[in-house]
Design a protein around this ligand. Structure first.
Ligand SMILES: [Zn+2]
Length: 410
């Protein structure tokens, strides 16, 4: 960055983020489920601000906005999402949209800057109706039948009804044009405490971890809880509980440095205290960016299941429900973010994977993609207390605009 390089206007970025926070405010955060009134108002806010950046765009038939430029030269797509989790934070999503808008405002009218930043707001990243429906629609991964089948997890209504309620039914969906963009850049709050705890300002995302999900089922023998002696019981619930503990004891020696695993819903059948459960089931998830690590942990799960089988009381099956290949972020994008961090954030950056899913992982399937993180205070997110220091928001905006400049000027 030279003294003449166009820079982000930090006060304008903070004002925009606070304007979006005031729409659907909940305590110090927001409540903006997909296709709620505040979500729609936030989308309209963005549409109204696109001309400030020399862009035009409308809300499309799935709730995405793509602000496009007529400026000649390379185009960089940038954005995030404007809906929130229920009763959640003000920055998860809007930060990336406002940074993208700011980059477009600063760079698109600059005759010395080649090309333009185009701004995207992806609908339903937070999954009120599905799984990255907006960005997947843009890359061609959502059929009309998928929309027919999608339902609102907050209310008893289909996605079709919701689209009709907000006046989007019948509108065309925007689709990406092969070769139009040099890539996609997204900024997001970290939603963890790695940056804050090391005093860093920028996370250069290397990959977005894959998510693998399993159903682990235990079969024993249902029997009377009063008359069946402990020594001869085949208690599927007890086998499940022991299995959970065994995972926690044995995974650490086989996992990678950042592997995380979680047991979700546990069901006992029957779940009555007067009956020994004959069957039990747990949902289990592993996240990592290295498929080799996942393969090792999966082998271990199967080996542990075989050990339980051999004890002769209960049998265990491990069934894979979902495989999520990690999304690798583009190397040149990582270098551009790092160079911009050196120029605008005193080099206080580190490379790191993202443990949370983001729209960038969907865009990465069709174009080079990059992501940068800013610190989250206390690592808190998906909660109304989510926050980032104003100074860190401004630094992040400066790094974002400078990254966009570097990518366009390559
Ligand atoms: Zn988000």
């Amino acid at each position: 960055m030279t003294a003449q390089s166009p820079r982000a206007d930090g006060a304008r970025v903070l004002a925009d983020l606070n304007a979006l926070r005031a729409i659907g405010a909940y305590k110090t955060g927001v409540h903006k489920p997909t296709f709620s009134e505040p979500h729609l108002q936030s989308l309209q806010w963005l549409v109204q601000h696109l001309p400030d950046a020399g862009l035009t765009g409308e809300i499309d038939g799935i709730g995405n906005i793509i602000g496009v430029s007529t400026k000649p030269g390379p185009k960089l797509l940038a954005g995030s999402h404007l809906e929130s989790q229920n009763h959640a934070g003000w920055l998860d999503g809007p930060l990336g949209v406002v940074y993208a808008l700011e980059a477009a405002r600063v760079l698109n009218r600059e005759p010395d800057i080649k090309g333009a930043v185009e701004v995207a707001s992806w609908c339903d990243e937070e999954g009120h109706f599905g799984h990255f429906l907006g960005s997947r629609s843009y890359v061609g991964g959502v059929t009309d039948a998928d929309i027919d089948a999608a339902r609102d997890r907050n209310h008893d209504r289909s996605m079709r009804e919701a689209l009709r309620d907000v006046g989007l039914a019948g509108r065309a969906r925007a689709h990406y044009e092969r070769g139009r963009h040099i890539g996609y850049l997204e900024a997001h709050i970290e939603q963890g405490e790695a940056l804050e705890s090391s005093g860093l300002k920028i996370g250069v995302v290397t990959s977005i971890v894959g998510i693998w999900q399993y159903r682990i089922s235990f079969t024993g023998e249902q029997n009377h809880a009063g008359t069946t002696r402990m020594a001869i019981r085949k208690d599927a619930g007890l086998a499940l509980a022991k299995f959970c503990v065994a995972i926690d004891e044995r995974f650490p020696s086989a996992c990678g440095p950042r592997t995380v695993w979680t047991t979700g819903r546990i069901t006992l059948d029957p779940g009555a205290p007067s009956i020994i459960p004959g069957a039990a089931e747990m949902l289990f998830q592993i996240r990592d960016d290295d498929p080799a690590v996942i393969a090792r942990l999966e082998d271990l799960l199967h080996a542990m299941a075989t050990e339980v089988d051999k004890q002769g009381r209960c049998t265990v099956t491990v069934e894979r429900l979902r495989t999520g290949a990690p999304a690798m972020m583009d190397g040149a994008f990582q270098q551009a973010i790092e160079a911009a961090s050196t120029a605008c954030a005193g080099g206080k950056s580190q490379r790191m994977p993202s443990g949370a899913g983001h729209d960038a992982q969907i865009l990465a399937t069709v174009m080079p993609a990059g992501m940068l993180f800013v610190p989250s205070i206390g690592g808190i997110s998906h909660h109304w207390t989510e926050n980032t220091a104003d100074a860190d928001i401004v630094t992040g905006a400066e790094v974002f605009v400078e990254t966009c400049r570097r990518l366009l000027m390559r």
